[in-house]
Design a protein around this ligand. Sequence first.
Ligand SMILES: Nc1ncnc2c1ncn2[C@@H]1O[C@H](COP(=O)(O)OP(=O)(O)OP(=O)(O)O)[C@@H](O)[C@H]1O
Ligand SMILES: [Mg+2]
Length: 351
Amino acid sequence: MIELEKLTKRYAGPSGSVEALRDVSLSVAPGEIFGVIGRSGAGKSTLIRCINLLERPTAGRVRVAGRDLTALSAAELRAARREIGMIFQHFNLLSSRDVFGNVALPLELRGESRAAIRDKVMPLLDLVGLSDRADRYPSQLSGGQKQRVGIARALATDPKVLLCDEATSALDPETTDQILELIRDIRDRLNLTVVLITHEMAVVKEIADRVAVMERGSVIEHGATYDVFTRPQHATTRSFVADLIGFNLPPALEKRLAAARLEGNSRLWRLLFTGPHADDPVIAELSRNLGLDLAILHGRIDEIQGRPFGVMVVQARGDDARLAAAKSYLASRKIQVEELNDVVTIDRAAV
Ligand SMILES: Nc1ncnc2c1ncn2[C@@H]1O[C@H](COP(=O)(O)OP(=O)(O)OP(=O)(O)O)[C@@H](O)[C@H]1O
Ligand SMILES: [Mg+2]
């Protein structure tokens, strides 16, 4: 549905040019929710604005639904943009128009009749749960309601693609979840393709099928959300996901471990549970059948896109043979084991 090919964008600035995008190539499949994450200034907004050519890339090609937007005339581009809806962090509603009037605007601009507009707008308000607020003004709405208006307006021209630029960043966590749920619901019903940029990894985890990580204008990593979360390759990605997947030790525990000394046959392991064996009773197996003495120090079990994963930090005590048997058992269950003894040392009494 969307193909970006070697996009580069340079902005001229007072102190030389800024390269906001460097050689970015990505493709997004029909019906997919594609997340783009990166720190402030990474180039996310520039990227998303290049998809509807609100920004014209300095080099590279943008194809949406098979059409090369960079090759279109101004009039053709205006028509093509109707297939691409967009929503924004600060909603961008007209304060002088009520809810109905805001959603009707793109249809009025297109010269639709009043009856046609009414027939289009009312079902959209119903879809976003605002049919009883058609005559309210933006100042009378909550943030979540304003974003619902923004979504209805974006859908007014029956787009194939919905671009979301930090659409939930101004909302509280509960409202964020409701808006994400609405976006997912709309994707399912209308088979929309969604590109969603955010600096919140929790948003990506909640909703994105695939994700690209941006840094300084480049895509440094991309893939299925599950894979990027459970096997982040790049240091920046690792720092994004660490807290969410429980990869980092809580600071107080880390301090205690660092201050303590390692006891003889005691190992500190971080276990990563993914894949088909993530549900297996591994801890019971280790302690009961392999005779290891286990203390669970930290852990988190969660799921992404319905697939379970978990991270657990354990202190395992046993003789060398038992520790070795445990490691090969874990390997047979495709559970990754990372030795943390090199990172911190530990004393049982300190735990
Ligand atoms: N119109 C512009 N003129 C000049 N420089 C710009 C312009 N727009 C963006 N930039 C620069 O391009 C780089 C990328 O900006 P962009 O807005 O795409 O980042 P972002 O990832 O969306 O950041 P944020 O999370 O803060 O919204 C930044 O260095 C920014 O200063
Ligand atoms: Mg931005």
